[in-house]
Design a protein around this ligand. Sequence first.
Ligand SMILES: NC(=O)c1ccc[n+]([C@@H]2O[C@H](COP(=O)([O-])OP(=O)(O)OC[C@H]3O[C@@H](n4cnc5c(N)ncnc54)[C@H](OP(=O)(O)O)[C@@H]3O)[C@@H](O)[C@H]2O)c1
Ligand SMILES: *[C@@H]1O[C@H](CO)[C@@H](O)[C@H](O)[C@H]1NC(C)=O
Length: 325
Amino acid sequence: MRVISFILTTCVSLAVASKSPCIELNDGNKMPIVALGTGRGTASENANVDEVRHAVYWAIEAGYRHIDTAAIYFDETQVGQGIADAIANNLVTREELFITTKLWNDKHHREQVVPALKESLQKLGLDYVDLYLIHFPIAVKADGSPDDVDYLETWQGMEEARELGLTRSIGVSNFNASQVDRVIAHSKVCPVVNQIEVNPTNTQEELVAHCQERGVAVMAYSPFGFLVSRNKPNAPPPRADDPVLVEMAKKYKKTTSQIVLRYLIDRGLVPVPKSANKNRIVQNIDLFDFSLTPEEVQQINKFNKNVRVIHPVHLKDYPNYPFWE
Ligand SMILES: NC(=O)c1ccc[n+]([C@@H]2O[C@H](COP(=O)([O-])OP(=O)(O)OC[C@H]3O[C@@H](n4cnc5c(N)ncnc54)[C@H](OP(=O)(O)O)[C@@H]3O)[C@@H](O)[C@H]2O)c1
Ligand SMILES: *[C@@H]1O[C@H](CO)[C@@H](O)[C@H](O)[C@H]1NC(C)=O
């Protein structure tokens, strides 16, 4: 059994190391701890995709070195433009960046994986990504109906993409504990990452421990949970003005959003906060001059209700649906 060591290592550029520390993945590659989210599936469903180009540029300017995108976000072109702008203005080099993208559910047949990644690379304007993830363990046909493809077959396509140098590392997303174990047991290459939803209302303590014990780093999507508006008036606490979080925010002179991101980092996770607002982009990486005590981390864990922000119930009856309900 491989055990991950959450050693904070410096990334390529020392100048930004304080804003962008890394963890070491189980294949030896280094991944910056905070990733800018670019997915638009939640609060800003109607957002203008062009805003992503600016968000990516502002993020790199603010010290982010990790950008998270996916084929299904239909924003890889804009992500690529933001990256190209930043490189053209000498903010960074390609080598200093860590770019993650994801394979969508309708490309799960082994022979579809490499072409799907090549299409993403073309949109991104890149020769390689740093991390390629299977977005969901569920396979669908082009018309959206269930397809019976074992994700172990998909994983073989991921291994081929890695061997071709199209991606430096490969991982999974939305896989449950048994699915992670099956990939580890039956594959040549161990996933480096499982990207799952983690936030104060969905703390995922068991699945996080399960992955970390096996050397699989966990990226935390929808990190703010219901702190931010999700158009769900009956969503459980905490909200941004929750007294427990407000007290911690006062103590550390931070916002409650920053408290929640730091809580995830202090659990050894890599949060993926999405913002298209320059000030909030800056705020969401200003996390490396304080840390929570173990007691404060426990206090936030107590909010857990196992309630998901991302709840794709329409896929519930599809093979390999990873969630309980
Ligand atoms: N693997 C998967 O299946 C999966 C699923 C969902 C998401 N993801 C990834 O994870 C990323 C984040 O998830 P998410 O978009 O669901 O949720 P999130 O990052 O938890 O929340 C985003 C929302 O919070 C607001 N916000 C950002 N920073 C804030 C701050 N400091 N204070 C107050 N509000 C703030 C944003 O608005 P503004 O933009 O106006 O700041 C936006 O409405 C996605 O973009 C995507 O990259 C992956
Ligand atoms: C993971 O998902 C599979 C497929 O739906 C299911 O059979 C299995 O029980 C789930 N395992 C866990 C630990 O939730």
